[in-house]
Design a protein around this ligand. Sequence first.
Ligand SMILES: [Zn+2]
Length: 495
Amino acid sequence: MTSNTDLAEADSVSFVLDDLKKLQSSENLTETEKEEVRKAAMTLLEKMAPTNGNEQKTYVEPISPVVVQEPVSKSPTNFQPFSSRVVLTTYPNQMGIDPIPMNWGAKTALERGPIIVSRGSSTMKFRNSIGAHGGSYCIYRALAVAGGDLSPHHVPDFTNTHPSYKFGPNPQWFDPKKIVSLDPWGHLVVENFSDLIQKGVDIRPTIAVTKANLKMSEIDEAIKLKRLVVDNDIVTSDGNVRVVKAAVEPVWHLKGVAERFNTTESLLRRALFEDTGGMYPELITRPDMKTFLPPIGGLTVYIFGDANKISDPETKLTVRVHDECNGSDVFGSDICTCRPYLIYGIEESIKQAQAGGVGLIIYFRKEGRALGEVTKYLVYNARKRQDGGDTAATYFKRTECIAGVKDMRFQALMPDVLHWLGITKIDRFVSMSNMKYEAVVGSGITIQERIDLPDELIPDDSMVEIKAKIADGYFSSGTKPSESELVSTKGRNWN
Ligand SMILES: [Zn+2]
């Protein structure tokens, strides 16, 4: 319940907020002034936390009328995890709404401000971002809450979750245009905002960094054939490959994302609102909230060799940027070259690491050229059933007929993760895609050499795809197929 004491506290928080906003908005701050910003931010962050520990108190009701939180019970008959009042949307300058300033590209996590999306009662007032954590997995969290397995007020215990390797800060983090689709401070959230988190303010990491051993049959084969050597450092005697890996959830700075797509922020917000079935009204009603956690998959970073050297321009770096293809990557379907290319990228990364350099695989969740598996399988059917069979000459046409575009991946946001890692130069870029190449080079990263997939690794049925791509302008060290070659390059019939 909102008390007079709460309102007095809220006033003092607003006062500090105003101070902070003034300081954050002034350019060319001196070191002393920056220190003032940090102190003001600290004071603010201390004040915004509930004063009574972990108790889930309604700190300040964001919008009148007053609501008393019902207790959570797992009994199906009286289970009520939420209050009876639903806040459909919020507006700037609305009473009880006072977002923590977001200073995208700032030099410290504190000056930049935490990403806050929770609609929980202790956090709602301070929200500065639209969307939800976990990408599409936020829906499963909702199911757990609705089913009574999870309290919506659960406070995560982040003990020992800190990164196995601490990336950055890198100079690219301070350029608001270099990184627009992830939070560069996302793995350091617990370190930077631990006091607040302990006090129950819902701030969560959007990046997690860990270690792993990879065991793959193709790598065993490569060791057996002596293409790879056991060094008991990167590759162990039992064929395990040691990596540092990081999972990254998308955090979009909407202004920057709009610029990448040569559109306006307002048109981007409208398109996102419409094409998510109106899921996020605040895209329209809260132009003051600048960041959006979209309901899409993120990416995973795999580093082979010494992660400390990844941003060193003197270190040789091999990179494969791979877009998810579940059918091939996991299940070994032979209609495309995805798994062979992924494994080839891993093998080249291991070789680079063993030669004293670093190898890097970026794995994006953009299934079926970001069209999804349903569209992808419809295209497979249309390709296999068309008159004349599945030929390289009609490969892209069938996708365009169904999806309206031949590729929905738009690599414009892809280079952000390379900038997050501090990369300025890639020695060997294992990809045939011009879209990826141009996006990386266009973002200011140099690529020394492009590497295509060796012919012996291309499955027969996927010759349709590879020839069509080369004819379409994809990079290849071989010759471009002729018109008649495209027509004669046929995939397997179903029967
Ligand atoms: Zn594939």
